[in-house]
Design a protein around this ligand. Structure first.
Ligand code: CS2
Length: 490
């Protein structure tokens, strides 16, 4: 079986769509930090659609943690296949917009030099919530984060995203090159402002003059990004090989739906993203809030409850009528009233989400979505709960999502088997759970005291406590499936 690479594009397999531009003419204009599956199914596809028009926006990807993407894509000249899947079938396409991938750990200097070169105009990021080294509850830089203290002590060897951005910007300032745009494509609230605050604070700790230069010169557009991208499995690799006749070490599986809303605020120009289907908007925050609360809030709730109830995939969980009713009720009764979206049909948006979640071809694991909950809960569930509390309105389904997270992070499932909890706070949370034993109230008290998740207001809120604790008791007594059934019965 031939391996995917540039020479294959001259004679591509019949069934696959290939780049419609001369890859040899493409030059890098974008560095993308955090070159995971999401970026490769999302921004890299929009850019691929635009390179025929303007080949100066090629992407160089970088991994900050692991070299596995580079290892997979380097022998393929950066090429990879995306497979768009739903009940109707699969369509495949080879994406060429990623020119190469760097491993930041071993190629730090090369990467910083590229970021500080004249042709480079955008640095985009999908480093996940925890990659911002911030306090998720406040959105401020966590100045005690080990990567941040390291990067402040060794600025030219930065390993965190904020540290690398600031070092590259410092070099551009010194070389009088002008700034690049910093574009977060992560699921954070006000991701542009949050990134700007974190980067500027980090710079101020290095050099107040540099921080001022960044404030004056660097644009941080907010974006709302959306496409469901499950982790690739070996079965997916085999499926791609069978479908295309070409071996791809890391193809990407995704759904037909894709959405990108971008604030038009760039330091040094941008590709015509709108011509590839993106929406350019003046105010992106309402879209972000809608997506984080409706899609991601539902996703996390489904992930914790679904995992506990024994559902491996999101589609299986929403295939259970009680779970589907819970999520529909959560969106309709508890999330939608907190959103103000003139001109957007929220009911239609909700119905489309339920349909996307039930895509039988996607195999999106509840365990995958359950990861990093301590970083996700604030913007997915807790902000909505705060709005409901302020309006004196009920939030029982949202509270069930929080209770399910608390039950999940104990690291032990309903049959006593251990759960592989992946979270930056996993050790602390499991210690809290061990101290609590099988006392739900002690578990609640221990977890709610994590101020980076719950802030300083929710721990003292009696209504929050009562709502979450009632569900947590129920999860221990009758389990997730029964609890969902009871909540849905009302
Ligand atoms: C998911 C998201 O893993 C998760 O936490 O909720 O990755 C989700 O699939 C995307 O945000 C969809 O755009």
């Amino acid at each position: 079986m031939p391996r995917l690479n540039a020479s294959l594009l001259a004679n591509p397999p019949q069934s696959v769509r290939v780049p419609d531009y001369d890859r040899g003419a493409v030059t890098p204009g974008i560095v993308h930090l955090g070159i995971g599956a999401f970026h490769r199914a999302h921004m890299a596809v929009y850019v691929d659609d635009l390179l025929a028009q303007d080949p100066s926006w090629g992407i160089v990807g970088a991994s900050l943690r692991r070299p596995d993407t580079k290892d997979a894509l380097a022998p393929q000249d950066g090429l990879y296949t995306i497979a768009v899947r739903d009940a109707a079938g699969t369509s495949t396409r080879i994406i060429g917009s990623i020119l190469s991938v760097m491993d930041a750990n071993t190629q730090r200097e090369e990467l910083l030099a590229l970021m500080a070169s004249p042709a480079l105009r955008i640095v985009s990021l999908t480093v996940t919530e925890k990659g911002y080294c911030h306090d998720p509850a406040t959105g401020e830089l966590d100045e005690n984060h080990p990567d941040i203290t390291y990067d402040l002590a060794h600025p030219t060897e930065a390993r965190s995203a904020p540290g690398m951005l600031v070092e590259a910007l410092a070099r551009r300032r010194a070389a009088e090159l002008g700034a690049f745009t910093v574009m977060s494509c992560d699921n954070l609230p006000s991701n542009g402002h949050t990134t700007s605050r974190i980067v500027t604070r980090f710079a101020a700790l290095r050099d107040p003059e540099l921080a001022r230069w960044i404030e004056d010169n660097v644009r941080f557009p907010s974006t709302m990004v959306d496409r469901i991208v499950p982790a690739t499995t070996d079965a997916d690799r085999a499926m791609i090989e069978a479908a295309t006749g070409v071996a791809d070490a890391w193809p990407i599986m995704t759904e037909p739906f894709t959405q990108w809303v971008i604030e038009d605020s760039f330091s040094a120009g941008r590709p015509q993203f709108e011509q590839a289907g993106a929406t350019i908007a003046e105010d992106v925050e309402p879209f972000e809030r809608m997506k984080l609360r409706m899609l991601n809030g539902s996703h996390s709730t489904l992930a914790y409850l679904g995992f506990l109830a024994g559902y491996q995939y999101v589609a299986d969980a929403v295939g259970d009528p009680a779970f589907a009713a819970l999520i529909r009720g959560l969106m309709t009764e508890e999330v939608m009233p907190t959103l103000h979206m003139p001109g957007v049909d929220l009911g239609a948006y909700r119905d489309q989400l339920l349909q996307r979640f039930s895509n039988p071809a996607l195999q999106h694991r509840t365990w995958q979505i359950a990861m990093d909950g301590s970083q996700k809960l604030p913007q997915r569930l807790l902000g909505t709960i705060r709005d409901r509390l302020a309006a004196d309105q009920p939030f029982t389904r949202l509270a069930l999502g929080v209770a399910a997270w608390m039950r999940y992070v104990t690291g032990v499932d309903e049959s006593g088997e251990s759960i592989d909890v992946r979270d930056p706070l996993a050790m602390r949370m499991m210690a809290i759970a061990a101290d609590a034993g099988d006392d739900p109230e002690a578990l609640f008290d221990g977890l709610v005291a994590l101020s980076e998740v719950f802030g300083t207001d929710l721990p003292d809120n009696a209504a929050f406590r009562a709502a979450v604790l009632a569900h947590l008791d129920s999860l221990y007594e009758i389990g997730a499936a029964q609890t969902v059934a009871e909540v849905v019965r009302g």
